[in-house]
Design a protein around this ligand. Structure first.
Ligand SMILES: Cc1cc2nc3c(=O)[nH]c(=O)nc-3n(C[C@H](O)[C@H](O)[C@H](O)COP(=O)(O)O)c2cc1C
Ligand SMILES: CC(C)CC(=O)C(=O)O
Length: 389
């Protein structure tokens, strides 16, 4: 019999018979509470927090929960295959790990641990440019796994160019450019605790080891950390960028470019017209625009507008296998998983991320099969009940 992701279920039951139960819950929505318990309020508050009163983050969950799958019976789902092709690359499942910076606030093993867990399953890990580990070190941890690099598009052209060169040299092939964070939003949970990881020297490793960044400092970061952090905060992103600027990235990156943070169908069309290869429909997990449209509500419009021209990916609110099925039905080719793997890392390092990936894919496999699908490619709008709105 072929191995399926769902087999993890039986592994858990069989281990249980010899007295071993999972170290972490299998309902991934429970991880946040546990992480909150384990870590100080500052770091977990930073991860769990969002913009304004949190309404966008809640809307992300509500938009997924409100949609309901209509399972079909007597379809042959004995042999199943979750693999999909995204940007010309075969993926074992419609899943990647979202770029999340500053992971050392969660666990000392940080990005390399998350990257190793993803690589072990062939799941792409999108490395944040605001990582707490330099690009080159994370690349080393990834073996020969597929490498995707997320760029915060700096105000300093030389820093951007240097990041692209370093990522290329380290074997990254897909570039994910995040457009929704040209500045940090109003985040009351962090403001009330006056907690920002960068002020604690976290999330700046790529900058503090970058020749172009260092060239703009009077003294090295070790000698004048405040000046280095201020330079980072002043240039990590650029609110002055507009669509024609994408030509610079196209010119300096040979592989696929994906724009992250697209919510409007017209922006998706602009991305296609600018020669981009994909978009991530995302509102940054509700961390940027308070009162923004829920990402799942924006997804069908974007998919209709560019689904035949671009790879349409999705994040913001994915917590369960059925969320992935719903995202596929709404037009996504694959999803990016965010906070749940970060909590897995916080609670049990690489093992915790491994647990999260295995649980999510097992639940996805089971939900697809029980809904009548042997592959993600047969999922469509007809699999969802009419949206009650
Ligand atoms: C703590 C934290 C840090 C993040 N850092 C980045 C980042 O460096 N680059 C980026 O493009 N997105 C970043 N994101 C956004 C994620 O890539 C993703 O869009 C978001 O987590 C999806 O929402 P969800 O986690 O609620 O599903 C971050 C999110 C969190 C929670
Ligand atoms: C602003 C970034 C550097 C990190 C991020 O994307 C986030 O905190 O949401």
């Amino acid at each position: 019999m072929a191995r399926h992701w769902a087999d993890f279920q039986y592994e858990i039951y069989l281990n249980g018979m010899s007295g071993t139960v999972p170290r972490l819950p299998t309902d991934l929505t429970r991880l946040e509470g546990l992480a909150e318990h384990r870590l100080g309020p500052g770091p977990v508050g930073y991860v769990a927090g969002s913009a304004g009163d949190g309404s966008t983050a809640r809307a992300n969950r509500a938009a997924l929960e409100r949609r309901r799958i209509v399972p079909r019976m007597l379809r042959d789902v004995h042999e199943r295959d979750l693999s999909v092709e995204v940007l010309g690359r075969p993926l074992p499942a419609p899943l990647a790990l979202a770029p999340v910076g500053v992971l050392s606030i969660m666990h000392p093993d940080a990005e390399p641990a998350a990257a190793r867990a993803a690589a072990a399953h062939g799941v792409p890990y999108v490395l944040s440019s605001a990582s707490s580990t330099p690009i080159e070190q994370v690349a080393e941890a990834m073996g020969d796994a597929e490498r995707w690099f997320q760029l915060y598009w700096s105000k300093d052209r030389e820093v951007t160019r240097s990041f692209l060169d370093r990522a290329k040299a380290a074997g990254f092939t897909v570039l994910v450019v995040t457009l929704d964070t040209p500045m940090l939003a109003w985040r009351p949970r962090d403001l009330d605790q006056a907690y920002l990881p960068f002020l604690h020297g976290v999330g700046t490793a790529n900058y503090f080891t970058d020749p172009a960044f260092l060239a703009g400092l009077a003294k090295p970061p070790q000698e004048d950390p405040n000046a280095a952090v201020l330079r980072f905060l002043g240039l990590f992103a650029d609110p002055g960028k507009t669509w024609p600027d994408l030509a610079f990235l196209r010119e300096h990156w040979d592989g696929p470019i994906v724009l992250k943070g697209i919510l409007h169908p017209d922006d998706a069309r602009e991305a296609a017209d600018a020669g981009m290869d994909g978009v991530v429909v995302s509102n940054h997990g509700g961390r940027q625009v308070a009162g923004s449209v829920a990402a799942a509500d924006a997804l069908p419009g974007v998919a209709r507008a560019v689904g035949d021209r671009l790879a349409v990916l999705f994040d913001s609110g994915v917590r369960t296998g059925d969320d992935v099925v719903k995202a596929l039905a709404l037009g996504a080719r694959a999803v990016l998983l965010g906070r749940p793997y970060v909590y897995g890392l916080a609670l049990d390092g690489q093992r915790g991320v491994d647990h999260v990936i295995r649980c999510l894919l097992a639940e996805l496999d089971l939900t697809l099969a029980l809904s009548g699908h042997a592959t993600p490619s047969t999922v469509g709008t007809a699999d969802l009940a009419a949206d009650p709105g």
